[in-house]
Design a protein around this ligand. Structure first.
Ligand SMILES: *Cc1c(COP(=O)(O)O)cnc(C)c1O
Length: 377
């Protein structure tokens, strides 16, 4: 970890390159946990494929792109320590979880251990498949308590553990590698929701299933997601329709109708992430999180929730008494051109005490952007 002098962000070259690689923002975009800004190359690659569809026909164009798609599965697999054959393109993280649960066909009532702060739509999906979410032990910040997790796995093992590597409502990085090791030792599969983790933190942690989305920290297009499963899990899955005979089994979970142009845009975005150097990118994102928290904590009475040094770029803030978060988000956008998110308690009702403002800048942010936000608050 490179630590930079206070008041400076590490690896400014990455910020400059990221900024130069994409269209100029209309304002200050500090909202990558919702949706990042795509690069010009990713946009052009997707447009190029869409044009091919118009020229050749959608299915002929998809066939022509298959080599590129397969290279993409390979590099996406590499982000989590899996192989191209373990990867399926889907439409979103939510669609990935549904595809997994559809295929897994676990008996109704099967217990699934997840964080008390689990993303509410994931709780909904587990329930829709008849599964019973049960809380993993956590500390006061919502971080999994490893001793408690080890005890749970030993004394009363769930059917699987479902972990949000970085939650949606808080910039806490869960100890996913440690939990993966505990799960492996206990013979309990670990399913990792990496929607906020891919492109943001190290996701090569040894999980059995990983799923995520293109548009957040990987800065790919919307409407694309990925589902990855190791062969031992894939063997337990039964697809709705059998896949092609010569294809890896996970391909049966890839939606046959899909935004192929978007998948190609995502592959470009992953290529750019790898070219930038994921380690350096993570160092800069950690520095950004630290600077954001230092500049915003206490600004106009807003309070930062995350520990100051949490190695993520996401910061959430609780409002001073009487200040409405949704109205603040609208005011920041309308009057200052600053894009952030307002999250209501319903996002993670098991953990959130009230609404928060979420600030999630990507590599291109400047200290001046963050100071402008503090000033606007
Ligand atoms: C955004 C998010 C999802 C859902 O991703 P989609 O691509 O919108 O389906 C799931 N889990 C977490 C933790 C998220 O932040």
């Amino acid at each position: 970890m490179t630590s930079s002098p206070p008041g400076l962000l590490p690896h400014d070259d990455l910020g400059a390159a990221w900024r130069k690689a994409r269209p100029r923002p209309a304002g200050r975009h500090l909202d990558s946990a919702a949706s990042s800004r795509q690069s010009s190359r990713a946009l052009e690659a997707a447009a190029h494929h869409a044009r091919h569809e118009a020229e050749l026909g959608g299915y002929v164009a998809a066939q022509a792109a298959e080599n590129l798609l397969q290279q993409g599965r390979s590099v996406i697999g590499g982000l989590v320590g899996m192989a191209a054959a373990d990867v399926a393109f889907v439409e979103s993280a939510q669609a990935a979880l549904s595809a997994l649960l559809t295929g897994w066909r676990l008996p109704a009532g099967s217990r699934v251990a997840c964080l008390p702060g689990e993303y509410a739509p994931n709780i909904g999906a587990l329930g829709a498949y008849g599964l019973r979410p049960e809380p993993l032990p956590v500390d006061g910040a919502g971080r999994a308590d490893l001793e408690g997790v080890e005890r749970l796995l030993r004394t009363d093992p769930p059917r699987f553990v479902h972990l949000d590597h970085v939650p949606s409502h808080r910039g806490i990085v869960q100890p996913a590698a440690e939990i993966a090791a505990l799960c492996r030792a206990a013979g309990v599969p670990l399913v990792l929701d990496a929607a906020q983790a891919l492109g943001h933190v190290d996701t090569d942690v040894g999980a059995d299933v990983v799923y995520g989305t293109s548009r957040k920290w990987l800065a790919g297009p919307r409407g694309v997601g990925v589902l990855l499963a190791r062969p031992a899990i894939t063997e337990e899955l039964t697809p709705v329709m059998p896949g092609g005979e010569d294809l890896p089994p996970m391909r049966a979970f890839e939606s046959a109708e899909g935004h192929i142009a978007g998948r190609i845009g995502l592959i470009m975005a992953v290529g750019e992430h790898l070219a930038a150097g994921p380690d350096r990118a993570r160092e800069r994102l950690t520095g950004i999180g630290r600077a954001t928290r230092a500049l915003l904590d206490g600004a106009a009475g807003w309070t930062v929730i995350e520990p100051a040094d949490e190695p993520s770029a996401t910061t959430t803030l609780t409002p001073p008494d009487g200040v409405d978060v949704v109205a603040t988000r609208a005011r920041l956008l309308g009057e200052h051109g600053i894009v952030v998110s307002a999250l209501g308690r319903e996002r993670a009702p098991g953990e959130m005490a009230g609404p928060v403002l979420r600030v999630s800048p990507h590599l291109d942010v400047t200290l001046e952007d963050l100071e402008a936000l503090a000033e606007a608050l």
